[in-house]
Design a protein around this ligand. Structure first.
Ligand SMILES: Nc1ncnc2c1ncn2[C@@H]1O[C@H](COP(=O)(O)OP(=O)(O)OP(=O)(O)O)[C@@H](O)[C@H]1O
Ligand SMILES: [Mg+2]
Length: 341
């Protein structure tokens, strides 16, 4: 079944997303409470129905909406939109915060190990929950291998579920089995906790992401492998570039919001395009997707292929860590430290 994708306003429709209570999450859950819209005085059944139809039936969806989005719905006045958003944000705790609140939030962030100590150290202990990390690099550098390892590690170390949006058909259950066996965890348990959405085009990709995020109960990790392949092939001409960038921006921002709210790790893989003119001025390879991807992801890691199992990982963007570069290995067991024996 395919979920609806609304391409007009948010690019990705702000369907009601039920916030699950995890061990780490402090967010309130809506399940046993009165529906949000019924708690607001002055919102009658007609308005309620209109909001629900447009995908703004829940407190979470409204808390994350903008005034412009709500006033686009017929019959919703500016004042009503403002009231709804304010109330939803107060209830949902999305309003202004103190620096100390950030300190508290940081304590709930968890690091998901890569399997390599050197790699973990480079990125401050592992892939962090609450934001999106981009893993970029050329064909065969190991982006999908890293994704498999993170999926296994999520089940093993965080005891949480994985969403895998597969736009290239490269999810391999047997790699999960090999990596799980290497870590002494039952492969079937791991496989049963990974929900794979095979995306056949960009719209399908966005719909699957949304659907998976609302369906999977205890998300520790969401992987999009790869972010750009469909967008790249479908929006090939220059004329469609602006539209493409807008869609990607909204899609990524949606994933980032979800990663933050659910306090799960967001990972998107990305290819690089060779830029011949850059050959003499530093890096000839640039992650595709332009500035919008670079701006929206919180952390950016660049992988390069070395001889045999050897790989390098470079941290090129982080809000709190210095740039750096390390060596690691991709073996049959998975991601490991590189040793030159
Ligand atoms: N079973 C295995 N044992 C050891 N190494 C493997 C195994 N399977 C794959 N690899 C390594 O991983 C490489 C493929 O990496 P991967 O598929 O992750 O690349 P990628 O960065 O995702 O590429 P693309 O951009 O094409 O998707 C292989 O070339 C090989 O070096
Ligand atoms: Mg790949």
């Amino acid at each position: 079944m395919m979920a609806k994708v609304e391409t007009k306003e948010e690019g990705i429709s702000p369907e009601p997303v039920e916030i699950k209570k995890t061990k780490k999450s402090k967010k309130k859950t809506t399940t046993s409470e009165k529906p949000f819209l019924e708690t607001i005085t002055g919102i009658g059944p007609t308005t309620r129905q209109r909001l629900e139809t447009a995908g703004y039936g829940s407190r979470e969806a409204i808390a994350l909406a903008t005034r412009a989005q709500l006033t686009e719905i017929s019959g919703i006045a500016e004042k009503t939109a403002a009231l709804l958003i304010r109330e939803a944000r107060v209830q949902f705790d999305l309003g202004l915060k103190k620096g100390t609140d950030y300190e508290e939030a940081a304590k709930t962030r968890v690091k998901l190990t890569t399997g390599s100590k050197a790699f973990d150290k480079l990125i401050g202990g592992g892939f962090e929950t609450g934001s999106v990390t981009e893993v970029a690099g050329e064909n065969g550098c190991g982006k999908t291998q890293i994704a498999h390892q993170l999926a296994v590690n999520c089940v093993k170390y965080l005891d949480q579920d994985v969403i895998w949006i597969d736009s290239e058909g490269t999810f391999r259950f047997n790699r999960i089995v090999q990596m799980a066996e290497a870590l002494d965890i039952d492969p079937d348990t791991v496989l049963s906790r990974i929900t794979v959405g095979r995306a056949y085009n960009s719209e399908h990709q966005m719909a699957l992401t949304e659907e998976a995020l609302t369906m999977v109960p205890n998300i520790g990790l969401i992987i999009v492998d790869s972010l750009m392949s469909h967008f790249r092939s479908e929006f090939a001409g220059r004329g469609t570039l602006a539209e493409r960038q807008q869609l990607i921006g909204k899609y990524l921002a949606f994933i980032a919001k979800q990663a933050e709210i659910m306090n799960c790790v967001g990972v998107v893989t990305n290819q690089v395009s060779a830029k011949p003119e850059a050959m003499f001025f530093g890096d000839p390879n640039k992650p595709v997707g332009g500035n919008i991807v670079g701006h929206t992801v919180t952390t950016r890691i660049f992988i390069r292929k070395g001889k045999a199992v050897k790989r390098t990982a470079s941290l090129t963007k982080s809000p709190e860590l210095p740039d750096g570069k390390i060596e690691f290995a991709i073996t049959t067991e998975g991601v490991r430290d590189f040793t030159s024996k």
